[in-house]
Design a protein around this ligand. Structure first.
Ligand code: GDP
Length: 142
């Protein structure tokens, strides 16, 4: 079943000029980019996005990092997009991510780990609406 997921190319990857490499990997893996925006998150936007992590010790640092520079927010489409993106991203900690995954190959730390991907259908729905309010996503026929 074709599905939508939400992704962010994080500020560390933007700074390292890895956005093209990451988009290329996503396209080669069969994802269609169905919405995309370059933006810089405010601290409040980062806090709202990562609200589920508000009690974690790294919450402040994570929100500062996510608002430290530009990022690319995207909606991606493919068969089983949510699970497939998580596979291609690799584990949260790049030291534990398999070679060949985006984080395994490109990321530098457990926080500065290049890419975000929704972890479940409800999360994807919330995250798409959070960053692309009111968007009407037409399933791609390409
Ligand atoms: P994800 O779904 O793989 O992105 O991982 P989580 O939902 O558990 O965490 C969200 C984000 O918080 C991660 O992608 C990292 O950027 C950051 N993060 C997770 N764990 C840690 C940690 O132990 N320390 C720090 N500094 N950041 C973390």
């Amino acid at each position: 079943m074709k599905e939508h997921t939400f992704s962010i190319i994080k500020p560390d990857a933007m700074k390292a000029r890895q956005a093209g490499e990451i988009l290329s990997r996503l396209e080669k893996a069969g994802f269609e980019v169905v919405a995309l925006r370059l933006r810089r998150l405010t601290p409040a936007e980062a806090e709202g996005f990562y609200y589920v992590h508000r009690e974690r010790p790294f919450f402040r640092s994570l929100c500062d990092f996510m608002s430290s520079g530009p990022c690319i927010t995207m909606v991606l489409e493919s068969e089983n997009a949510i699970a497939r993106l998580r596979e291609i991203m690799g584990a949260t900690d790049p030291a534990k991510a398999a070679p060949g995954t985006i984080r395994g190959d490109l990321a530098s730390s457990i926080e500065a780990n290049c890419i975000h991907g929704s972890d479940a259908p409800e999360t994807a729905r919330f995250e798409i609406a959070y960053f692309f309010p009111g968007i009407e996503l037409v399933r791609s026929e390409r």
